[in-house]
Design a protein around this ligand. Structure first.
Ligand SMILES: NC(=O)c1ccc[n+]([C@@H]2O[C@H](COP(=O)([O-])OP(=O)(O)OC[C@H]3O[C@@H](n4cnc5c(N)ncnc54)[C@H](OP(=O)(O)O)[C@@H]3O)[C@@H](O)[C@H]2O)c1
Length: 295
């Protein structure tokens, strides 16, 4: 039987990768996003323009779609903007998750995408049950979203991930594109040495989310790339891979960037739960870069 999957943020980086992965496995995909005149997306069967923070619209819409699987990727992902647009971040990353979790019947698998920003980054990498302590409003609001799912979906699945990369046309440049295009044009860049974690290929994350749904995994589980690496070392790897001038990359500390939102520095995941499932494939940096080049 063909199952129906509903994806919010369907025109975002992860959303578009989820459409590819689920549709190529024969699922029917319904998508929700804010874009009023989007490019047609292969594999997306129906598209609804809706703001997930508008409870009066979103609750009846989800009831009418009536999906077997629901995946919420929509979020305010600009962590600095979350510090100034606090009410908007809370509405989108926290409250809206509660409306959607309450609107869908218990028969629907509810999947919420979350982040390592729920941790403080003092002593990563983190287990799936490590104590949370967000140090930014983005992290605090994403934790509200997690709690909304834990409170009202006993078989809900919360996937924590970090630093998504992927090549989707029309989206804001990812970290690899930023490094590559800067170095190709001879521009010097400063990259932080003290933010350490797992870079994640969005298409691989999407494939692992599908796997987790099909395996019936519930609760909280981190899924990302397998290797823990600093942003600076990752940038050097990008330079090396594309034969670009690594001397254009200089090290800097996060504090020197004076960004509005604090970042968890020593972050990353141990993958204690994901490692229990051989179907879930966490890729090394080299494996991700090879797949990235083929996208
Ligand atoms: N990117 C990362 O490095 C990263 C790391 C850890 C966790 N995550 C989590 O992973 C998820 C997906 O991230 P992503 O990078 O794919 O995000 P993204 O590219 O920013 O996609 C999010 C999508 O949701 C849409 N959206 C925003 N507000 C909405 C609303 N009120 N109603 C309906 N749709 C709305 C966005 O539209 P607009 O573009 O018009 O706003 C966008 O198309 C998020 O939950 C994020 O918190 C991401």
């Amino acid at each position: 039987m063909c199952k129906k999957v509903c994806i919010t943020g369907v025109y975002g980086l992860l959303g578009q990768n989820l459409v590819k992965v689920f549709s190529s496995a024969g699922y029917d995909i319904s998508g929700i996003d804010l874009l009023s005149e989007p490019q047609p997306q292969e594999g997306l069967k129906e598209y609804f323009i809706a703001d997930i923070t508008d409870e009066k619209t979103i609750a009846p819409l989800l009831k009418s779609i009536n999906p077997d699987v629901f995946i919420n990727t929509a979020a305010l992902t600009n962590v600095d903007l979350c510090e100034t647009e606090r009410a908007k971040a809370e509405a989108l990353n926290g409250l809206a998750v509660g409306y959607m979790a309450a609107a869908l019947p218990s028969s629907c698998r509810f999947v919420q995408i979350s982040t390592d920003y729920v941790f403080d980054g003092v002593a990563g990498p983190y287990n799936d049950d490590s104590p949370v302590n967000p140090i930014s409003w983005y992290g605090a609001t994403k934790l509200m979203g997690e709690e909304a799912v834990r409170n009202c979906r006993k078989d809900g699945l919360i996937i924590r991930t970090m630093v998504l990369i992927g090549r989707i046309k029309g989206l804001k440049p990812d970290f690899i594109h930023f490094i590559k295009s800067s170095l190709e044009s001879g521009k010097a860049i400063k990259i932080v040495t003290d933010q350490v974690g797992n870079v994640t290929l969005a298409s691989n994350l999407a494939a692992n989310i599908k796997c987790a749904v099909e395996l019936g995994i519930t609760g909280t589980m981190a899924v990302a790339g397998s290797e823990r690496i600093s942003r600076y070392d990752f940038a050097l790897k990008v330079a090396e891979r594309y034969n670009l001038d690594k001397y254009l990359i200089s090290p800097i500390l996060t504090a020197d960037l004076k960004q509005p939102a604090k970042r968890p520095l020593s972050s990353g995941f141990t993958f204690n739960r994901a490692k229990e499932f051989r179907e879930i494939k966490l890729l090394t940096v080299d494996q991700m870069m090879t797949e990235y080049d083929n996208e």
